[in-house]
Ligand binder design. Structure first.
Ligand code: C2E
Ligand code: CA
Ligand code: CA
Length: 637
């Protein structure tokens, strides 16, 4: 039967285009990319040999027989191997399949390859009779079994690792199986057409479009590799137990650049920076992993200090925009190395976030090294995050109370609620630390509500008003103030707990006021109408505050402890605080002095006409029971 090779020739052209496209666009070569590269190469050899063999078989009588043996055994060897390579490719996408297992499961393909290569001698797969006719050998059934085995294997692992592979790959595997089955039916119906190459090229094309498209590795804005590729790279290095040192470069002032010059110009600058960084290392080692965050993977034996210095020097000069403007960008550089992490890439991402935040705190000329100490701090942070989420799950949170002394009535009339977090292996975590973490991961919103709920329960349980307390001061975080529905949620919570709004006073720092003016005003107005009062916290610890005072309806101003202490330290500060108190009084605010630690401080502050005093001199923040005892003793004096 004469064979029709038109499909094979056509497929070969498609394959060549695919290979050229893949070669020219590909920038990153991970494990699966390399397997795919081999897949392309073997497919090319397979189809070429198939076409040649059709010709040599038809000319068998006129050419030396050894040529036919060589071509056909090479072709069948290729066929044997190709059946396994799709399996190897899918396995390369699954992290949980060990290389040893892949090698073991590749054994049938290797055996079949050997059988094909030895067929000129054994005549197992094929042979030529005395008339130089090509005939199938008795063992060719093994070649088919081999093919079926790998098709089934591919289906089984695709199904088994469905979750890890994700939807795209799962459907890709289904499509390829569908094509294989359709190809077999077609081949059965039209035996003279050679179609195996067409099937292979279709499979390769589907994989290319779904999974191996180089575009999905690159960042479309800058053309360098993207965050996903960076993670693939780190995962591969970890799997191979290889060190992977890298620099993370974040542009500290980029938000401002976008605001001032516009997003389009911001994009141009990002492209310039990406181009510059791409010139420093190999093209498969530079990534954009966030809006204004880049990563450079370093050679293990390279000098990171040298490179960091070079980058910092470059940023000493400006970046040109349309050749008319010069923009100065301030980078923060972190040095990280995978040797400090053992488990998941998500840990590395957290570490990078942490490092960038830390680097922002330091001067632009220094490189923040993520070393063992940093890793220790990061695991502390993780422990805090976990403790916070447990507290939220259980819906309880420890709150301490610090009584506040009213000078006029010579008694405690209010309390400040201060959140406490205890972790057995770390002890008490300072609220400044865990509140900041809760703010960063958004937990502060439910947490803030939980704290107020605890306060409500306490007010009700202890009948606080019967002790002469008029209200409880609760600290608000800037993030809470920015919530559209904060006021309504809070009022609902108070209602549910049957607590009149006038029992609650909310403390807001001036930073919070500065951040969220519009939403803050809206929330404050709604809460004021309901009867909640407001205090400005930490007055005198930030910048100019007069502006916020004029705009926001505070009843109380809490002088920051640093300001109070400085009054007792030098003459200039004495004048500043004296005048501040005078001004606040004239504006009719009630003043609370924080950080009162000694009797003489208390006396002086009272003399200054300060309304309320808070500090260790009266009491440290204490748990509920201790507080009630303290007030009871004092009241009965
Ligand atoms: P803050 O609002 O300024 O709270 C007063 C802090 O000063 C408390 O620290 C208190 O223990 C401390 N303090 C009071 N009197 C004295 C004194 O005489 N001397 C000294 N040296 N310190 C004194 P704490 O409890 O560590 O809280 C720190 C900060 O954490 C608070 O500062 C507040 O900003 C934040 N915080 C605490 N609880 C909460 C909360 O429930 N929500 C929010 N958003 N923030 C909270
Ligand atoms: Ca406070
Ligand atoms: Ca304060």
């Amino acid at each position: 039967m004469p064979f029709n090779i038109n499909f094979e020739v056509c497929s070969l052209f498609f394959l060549i285009i695919l290979i050229l496209f893949y070669k020219s666009k590909r920038k990153y070569f991970g494990i699966s990319d390399r397997v795919y590269g081999f897949y392309l190469l073997f497919a090319f050899l397979d189809i070429t040999l198939d076409i040649i063999s059709v010709h040599t078989i038809s000319m068998a009588r006129s050419i030396p027989l050894w040529i036919n043996y060589a071509v056909n055994s090479a072709y069948l060897a290729m066929q044997s191997f190709l059946t396994a390579i799709l399996f190897i490719y899918i396995a390369s996408l699954v992290r949980n399949i060990k290389p040893r297992i892949v090698a073991l499961l590749s054994a049938p393909a290797v055996i079949s390859t050997i059988l094909a290569l030895t067929s000129p001698v054994t005549h197992l797969y094929f042979y030529f009779d005395e008339n130089s006719r090509y005939l199938q050998g008795p063992g060719q059934i093994f070649l088919y079994i081999n093919g079926v085995f790998y098709t089934v294997l591919c289906i089984v692992i695709s199904l088994h690792f469905r979750k890890e592979l994700g939807r795209t790959l799962f459907y890709t595997a289904l499509e390829i199986t569908g094509i294989t089955i359709a190809g077999l039916i077609f081949q059965f119906m039209f035996r003279e057409y050679l179609l195996s190459g067409t099937g292979i090229v279709m499979a390769l094309l589907i994989i290319y479009l779904n999974l191996q498209n180089p575009d999905q590795y690159t960042d479309s804005l800058t053309g360098i590799l993207n965050r996903q590729t960076f993670l693939i790279h780190l995962t591969e290095m970890q799997d191979k137990h290889k060190l992977c040192p890298f620099l993370v470069i974040s542009l500290n002032n980029f938000k401002l650049v976008n605001e001032v010059f516009g997003v389009t110009n911001g994009d141009i600058l990002l492209r310039s920076v990406a181009q510059y960084l791409a010139g420093l290392v190999r093209s498969d080692s530079v990534f954009r992993i966030g809006g204004d965050i880049f990563a450079l993977v370093l050679p293990t034996d390279g000098d990171s200090d040298d490179l960091s210095r070079k980058i910092l020097n470059r940023f000493q000069t400006t970046w040109s925009l349309h050749d008319t403007m010069n923009v100065s960008l301030s980078p923060r550089i972190c040095y990280l190395n995978t040797k400090y992490y053992h488990e998941h890439t998500s840990e590395i991402l957290k570490t990078i976030d942490y490092a960038i935040l830390e680097a922002k705190k330091s001067h632009q000329d220094t490189v923040y090294h993520v070393d063992e100490e940093a890793i220790r701090l990061i695991s502390r942070k993780a422990a805090i995050e976990q403790a916070l989420s447990i507290a939220l799950e259980k819906q309880t949170f420890e709150v301490y109370y610090q009584p506040i002394y009213a000078a006029k009535s010579n008694s405690f009339t209010t309390l400040e609620a201060l959140a406490r977090l205890y972790i057995p292996s770390y002890g008490y975590i300072p609220p400044d630390e865990f509140i900041q973490i809760a703010e960063q991961n958004g937990v502060i919103i439910p947490l803030g509500m939980l704290i107020i709920e605890e306060v409500c329960r306490f007010i009700r349980r202890a009948s606080l008003w019967s002790y002469g307390f008029q209200y409880v001061e609760v600290n608000l975080s800037v993030i809470q103030c920015m919530q559209e529905d904060f006021a309504s949620n809070l009022l609902l919570l108070l209602k549910r707990n049957e607590i009149p709004p006038s029992y609650i006073n909310l403390e807001i720092t001036e930073t919070a006021a500065a951040y969220s003016e519009h939403l803050l005003m809206k929330n404050i107005e709604e809460l004021l109408d309901a009867g909640i009062t407001f205090s400005m916290d930490d007055y005198g610890s930030g910048y100019s505050t007069i502006n916020y005072l004029a705009n926001l309806p505070f009843t109380y101003i809490k002088l920051d402890k640093a300001m109070v202490w400085s009054y007792f330290e030098n003459e200039d500060s004495k004048i500043i605080m004296g005048k501040t108190v005078e001004m606040l009084k004239q504006l009719n605010y009630k003043i609370i002095a924080e950080g009162v630690e000694t009797a003489s401080q208390a006396e002086t502050l009272k003399q200054m006409n300060i309304d309320y005093l808070q500090g260790y001199y009266y009491s440290k923040p204490v748990p509920e029971s201790e507080l009630l005892e303290l007030v009871h003793t004092r009241n009965s004096l």
